[in-house]
Design a protein around this ligand. Structure first.
Ligand SMILES: Cc1cc2nc3c(=O)[nH]c(=O)nc-3n(C[C@H](O)[C@H](O)[C@H](O)COP(=O)(O)O)c2cc1C
Length: 235
């Protein structure tokens, strides 16, 4: 199982580091592609250390490719993957994917991914952004393409302080979506005791992500193209 993980510029980018860690433990070989914005939230070195592979940052990088593999690295990385996931997926990158705009390494590799692989998108953003009709239209376009399983963000207190839908699902749920394993049931919330009722109002329980119709599994293991270890586009 070869997982291509995309990380975009959202506050939940730090959770992607745990996803890499858990995916490696689950038996995935992981390679990471980051947007330039994502590097403001988490350093590529973190992902390089956790995955054991260089991180792709630059779609226009040339050179550094081993003999015979060519310099078209966004294509060789796309062909390498049996599984793909973008977590967190920002509103900006979600819109680019929906419109086929490939203006950085992440959006270019994702446009080059073949049909038939497991391809999970995990949008995460402020509730107002998530509820925006244009974002919802973009989600619909992505779903209608038949290429993606779009996970619904969960509902809780967000980093901005708002309480609502927009949070990245738990890492276990992301992994479950990738492997097809059933997601664990939502935790039962105990009824408040008398003492607790004087306490601040509890946050709403975290809803499990709603998996949308999954893309069909890959037909079989694809041949592993050679992947450059180092080059101008890697850190
Ligand atoms: C502190 C901070 C947190 C942000 N969190 C999010 C977020 O969770 N989701 C989102 O869609 N955008 C978020 N943004 C805005 C994105 O970083 C911005 O739209 C950026 O252009 C996304 O680029 P990318 O999709 O190429 O990574 C945040 C911005 C800042 C400054």
């Amino acid at each position: 199982m070869r997982l291509l993980l995309g990380v975009t510029g959202g506050i939940a980018a730090y959770k992607a580091a745990d996803l890499v860690s858990q995916a490696v433990k689950a038996g995935f070989e992981v390679r990471v592609v980051m947007t330039p914005s994502a590097t403001h939230f988490v350093g590529p070195l973190t992902f390089e250390a956790l995955s054991g592979h260089p991180v792709m940052l630059d779609a226009l990088a040339t050179g550094g490719a081993p003999e015979g593999s060519g310099a078209v690295q966004h294509i060789s990385w796309a062909k390498w993957a049996t599984h793909a996931c973008i977590a967190p997926l920002s509103a900006a990158s979600l819109g680019k994917l929906a419109c086929g705009i490939s203006d950085n390494a992440l959006t270019t590799v994702w446009l080059a991914l073949p049909p038939g692989i497991v391809n999970v998108l995990a949008p995460a953003m402020n509730t107002q952004m998530w509820d925006h009709p244009i974002v919802q239209r973009n989600v619909k376009w992505l779903e209608e393409s038949g290429r993606y399983t779009v996970l619904s963000p969960t509902s809780k207190r967000l980093a901005c302080g708002d309480v609502g839908t927009g949070a990245l699902p738990e890492v276990a749920d992301l992994l479950a979506a990738l492997t097809g394993a059933p997601t664990p049931p939502p935790q039962k919330v105990a009824p408040p005791t008398k003492a607790a009722s004087a306490a601040p109002i509890p946050l709403p329980p975290v809803a499990a992500p709603t998996p949308r119709p999954a893309t069909p599994p890959a037909a079989g293991p694809a041949p592993i193209p050679a992947i450059p270890k180092k080059g101008p586009g890697f850190r």
